[in-house]
Design a protein around this ligand. Structure first.
Ligand SMILES: [Zn+2]
Length: 150
């Protein structure tokens, strides 16, 4: 399941990426090109905007909850989704691109010393070259998922 999110849902887009979903973030106001991209790439539109015209072949989910945890819950219920642990932390939060494992030796000078000493597994984004490791960047995702019953 792939998504495209309108500009007011930037935080949700990052969260979906953390959970491993392909989530494009659409920052423009041009609704026509939003719809074209959704159709072309077979993406579900996630938005707070009630005025997006329904077009054949696309699904639009209008989210209403204000508080972030409730918003996540609303989305997962609406789509009957349950996040899969094995896909979590597999995608760059910024670029929406799948992360690639990288040997520890290669990133020695690119991460803080304590991280290098305490972590074994590193992945990086082929697009922006950011390096990720367990425990950072992703924050307390699992904790929040637990809190909202996912
Ligand atoms: Zn990236």
């Amino acid at each position: 399941m792939r998504f495209i999110l309108t500009k007011e849902l930037g935080r949700l887009a990052r969260w979906l990426r953390i959970l491993g979903y392909d989530a494009q973030y659409f920052k423009e106001d041009n609704l026509a090109s939003l719809i074209i991209q959704a159709i072309k790439e077979e993406r579900i539109i996630l938005t707070r905007n009630h005025r997006i015209p329904q077009a054949r072949g696309i699904r639009i989910v209008v989210l209403k909850k204000e508080r972030f945890k409730e918003l996540l819950q609303e989305l997962f219920q609406e789509l009957d989704l349950s996040p899969e642990p094995e896909s979590m932390f597999s995608r760059c939060i910024i670029c929406n691109i799948e992360l690639v494992p990288i040997e520890k030796e290669k990133i020695k000078d690119k991460v803080p010393e304590y991280v290098f000493k305490t972590q074994e597994d590193f992945v990086f984004c082929p697009e922006c070259r950011r390096i990720y490791w367990q425990g950072t960047h992703w924050g307390n995702v699992q904790e929040i998922l637990k809190q909202i019953g996912l």
